[in-house]
Design a protein. Structure first.
Length: 379
C-alpha cells in the first residue's frame, strides 16, 4: 500500500513524523514524504526514507499558485499510484485531500494539530480567510474514506459543532508521541551545580506561543531579585504571519531578559540541563515540547488552554495559568523556583504520565490502527 505523508515543512516531517514513517515502512507500507524544500529533506533520505520537494509557499494566497500546487499534487499521486494520503496542518490537509480526490485516491487521513493562524488570530486577514478555509475543509474532509485525527478534546468539539467533520470520521490521538527512551530525567539535580535556576520556553518564535508574556514574566522575576536564567529555544518561523522578528528577540537578549539559543538539535540534553519548562501558549494541538519535557521529568508552567491542559494537571505535574497573564505566569515560575521539593515531585508525576499516555509506542499503535481501518474499508 503506497502512502504519501504531506507536510508544510521538511523540519516537521523529520522532527514530528519520522517515527511514523519508519513504523509504516516496518509494517510493510511503501512510504513517500512530501514537503517544501529544506535542509531536513537530506536527513530524511539519509535514514533511508524517500522524500521529494513540493512547489509550495506556506504564506502564498495567490489563487493561481495555489491551484497549481493542487494540480501538481494530483499528478504526483497519480504517478505514484498512491493508495492513501496523510496531510498535516490545515493547509496541507485541504490541498492534499482535494488533490487526492481529483486523483481518485480513496483513503485520506488529515491530522490537524491545533487550529492554526486562520482560527486563532484576530487579524483582519485571518477573519477574511476563515469562511473560505472552513468551506474547503468541509469539502476536503467528506467521504467514506476520510479520517480526521485531532489532538485534544476541545478541537474535536469545535470540528463537530461547526460541522467541519462528523463524529464517525474523527479520531482523537494525543499528539505525535515522545520517545521515552531518548527523553528521560537527569540522574542528578541540575540546580545544585549552578548559581541560577534555568527556565526554558521551547517553541517556534511565534507571538501566539506566549513569548511576550514569557519576557514580561522574566522582567518581573529579575526585578524581584530571584536568580533565574530565562532561555528561549526555537527558530524564527518566517512562513507564519504570527512570527516574532528575530531582531526583537535579539533586543530582549541585549536587555538581559533572556538568552536565545536558536534551534537546538539535542533537546534531551537541553531539558536535562534546566529546572522547569514554560509555555504560555494561546492554543495548541498537543505541544511536542511539553510531552518531551514531561518525559524528562520536568515541572511545567503553561496556560489553561486546549492542548496544554491535556499534558499538565494543575498542581500535580505543573501549573496552569490564565492565557496572556504575565503576572500569573511569573507567580507560578516563582513558586517552582522557591521550592526544590515541589519541582522534584511535579517532575516525577510528569514523567509517570508521559510513560502511561504519551509514549511514542502508544501513539504509533493508535495511528496505525486508523490506517488499518481504512485498509479494511477499502477491501
Amino acid at each position: 500500500m503506497k502512502v504519501v505523508l504531506f507536510a508544510n515543512t521538511d523540519w516537521y516531517l523529520y522532527n514530528f513524523r519520522r517515527s511514523l514513517a519508519l513504523a509504516l515502512r516496518e509494517a510493510g507500507y511503501d512510504v513517500l514524504l512530501v514537503s517544501p524544500a529544506g535542509p531536513y529533506g537530506a536527513r530524511l533520505t539519509e535514514i533511508g526514507l524517500r522524500w521529494i520537494p513540493a512547489p509550495m509557499q506556506r504564506r502564498s494566497l495567490n489563487p493561481l499558485r495555489e491551484l497549481a500546487l493542487v494540480l501538481w499534487l494530483r499528478q504526483l499521486f497519480i504517478a505514484e499510484q498512491a493508495d492513501l494520503v496523510h496531510g498535516f496542518t490545515i493547509k496541507n490537509a485541504v490541498y492534499g485531500s482535494l488533490a487526492a480526490q481529483l486523483a481518485g485516491v480513496k483513503a485520506r487521513i488529515n491530522a490537524v494539530a491545533g487550529m492554526g493562524y486562520v482560527y486563532t488570530s484576530a487579524d483582519t486577514k485571518a477573519r477574511i480567510l476563515r469562511p473560505l478555509v472552513s468551506a474547503l475543509l468541509r469539502l476536503a474532509l467528506t467521504g467514506r474514506g476520510a479520517r480526521l485525527i485531532l489532538q485534544n478534546p476541545d478541537d474535536v468539539t469545535f470540528f463537530e459543532k461547526t460541522g467541519l467533520a462528523s463524529g464517525e470520521q474523527v479520531r482523537l490521538i494525543l499528539g505525535s508521541g515522545v520517545d521515552c527512551q531518548r527523553f528521560f530525567p537527569s540522574a542528578s539535580v541540575a540546580a545544585e551545580t549552578r548559581t541560577a535556576l534555568r527556565a526554558v520556553l521551547p517553541a517556534r518564535l511565534l507571538w501566539d506561543k506566549g513569548i511576550a508574556e514569557f519576557v514580561e514574566a522574566a522582567r518581573e522575576i529579575k526585578a524581584s531579585g530571584r536568580k533565574i536564567d530565562f532561555l528561549l529555544a526555537g527558530h524564527p518561523d518566517e512562513g507564519n504571519p504570527a512570527a516574532v522578528p528575530a531582531e526583537q528577540v535579539e533586543r530582549w537578549q541585549k536587555e538581559g531578559l533572556l538568552k536565545w539559543l536558536g534551534h537546538v538539535d539535542d533537546m534531551p540534553a537541553l531539558f536535562r540541563s534546566v529546572d522547569m519548562v514554560v509555555l504560555p501558549s494561546y492554543r495548541e494541538g498537543l505541544p511536542k515540547g511539553l510531552i518531551e519535557a514531561s518525559a524528562c521529568g520536568l515541572p511545567i508552567v503553561t496556560t489553561d488552554v486546549p492542548g496544554c491542559r491535556e499534558v499538565v494537571t494543575h498542581g500535580d505535574s505543573g501549573f496552569l495559568v490564565p492565557v496572556k497573564d504575565s503576572k500569573a505566569l511569573s507567580k507560578a515560575i516563582g513558586a517552582l523556583a522557591d521550592d526544590a521539593a515541589l519541582r522534584s515531585r511535579m517532575g516525577a508525576r510528569a514523567r509517570e504520565r508521559s510513560l502511561n499516555e504519551f509514549d511514542e509506542k502508544i501513539i504509533l499503535q493508535q495511528t496505525l490502527a486508523v490506517y488499518q481501518e481504512l485498509r479494511v474499508a477499502d477491501h
